[in-house]
Design a binder for this molecule. Sequence first.
Ligand code: DUC
Ligand code: ZN
Ligand code: ZN
Length: 456
Amino acid sequence: MSFDLVIRNGRLVDAAGESTGDIGVSERRIAAVGTELGTAAREIDAAGAYVMPGGVDSHVHLGQLSSKGDMTADDFWTGSRSAAFGGTTTVVPFAAQHRGTSIRAVVDDAMERAAAEMTIDYGMHLIVTDWRDPAPTEFATVAAAGLAAAKIYLTYDRLKVAGNQAIELMQAAGAAGLAVMVHAEDDAIVGWGRDARVAAGRLGADSHAHSHSRGAEWSGVAQAIALAEAAGASLYLAHISTPQAIDLVRAARERGVDVVAETCPHYLILDEAAYGDPIETAAPYMCSPPLRGPAERTGLLAQLAAGDIAVVASDHSPYTMDQKLPHGPATAFTEAANGLPGAELRLALLYTAAVAAGPLAMSDFVRLVAANPAQVCGMYPRKGSLQVGADADLVIWDESAWTVRWTDLHDNVGYTPYEGMQLRGRAGMVVARGDVIVDGAAATLRPGRGAFVPRD
Ligand code: DUC
Ligand code: ZN
Ligand code: ZN
């Protein structure tokens, strides 16, 4: 048999384990996995290198207007380009409903822009902030179009969906077969902490961390689990930052609740000490939930190794320094745009922290960055696997050490919180549905080459 592309002699690794051999690609899919496969129009020797499924980033914010009115610095083109350079071949951004807008209109708009701009394949989540009529009727229609998950917030005045509305939405998502992603922080605890600090005139970045406390996450996670349990929904907990919250998830899973947890590289690597600096220095590190301390990082790493955390997503939330600091050094913690960029560095950061210097095997790494995110979004095994018949999304992993410089990255943010950090491992070559889209520093990328992957 002759193939379009053969990658030879790689250390093939997916969530199921490792073997040595070749991958043959025909008509944009994996057509064979074995040894001494036949000839191909293009042959690549990967001897000694890991060959893994392309990364699936199930949590990125691209071309999205925040509730404060900030447009993300990356649109679907620059964000997907940046993710591709980092070894991610599928991203799942959000169509974001704002109060008073139609769910159907926001999904149509996001899907249209994504089709024109995305350079890698993509799914689509929906953020729901207004569950009044006609949202429930519209939701049934848009869910049937293959949305990955519906996200709700338990905090933020302009975003939160609470009580009966949250349960009804979860029931509707369950009926439509999609998971509910929850931003789980307790609104009362966050609001109380914020108001007390504002009243005291303490407007620095440390007040952001103070109000988005560890306890706010634990309470939010307990609420989200209870709501999902009542509604019989599948729950996907976004951006978990504390091991105690993961303990709640494990206990819920043990009693049969359908819940998975996500964490992000910044919670495994960066430290809350950044919030002790003046806001001009601290702003790049401001995200919700905030960065934590060494005890949390150690605990989360152990839980990754134990299989208690399903997904490592980037939560790529790209805002420029102007958006972070609308009033320069006089910006209050309540005014700074929230979130860290990280889609391009996601794989390298996790590999550095948890594989090269940590407890994870390479197959665990693939499970966390590709297989499980694909599963949660209803894309597995088409995405996130090396099975015959899967889309030919492949990464040849380069294990060498390198130093992060924002000028070498491909996002539109203007800085990286990881500037100057020494990392181990990066995507040496990236294949997306059979096309070699990245080869070292060179790339063949164009807006519109990506295709929508509906939830199966
Ligand atoms: N929630 C997210 O999921 N991302 C960035 C900020 C936030 O609150
Ligand atoms: Zn969130
Ligand atoms: Zn997010």
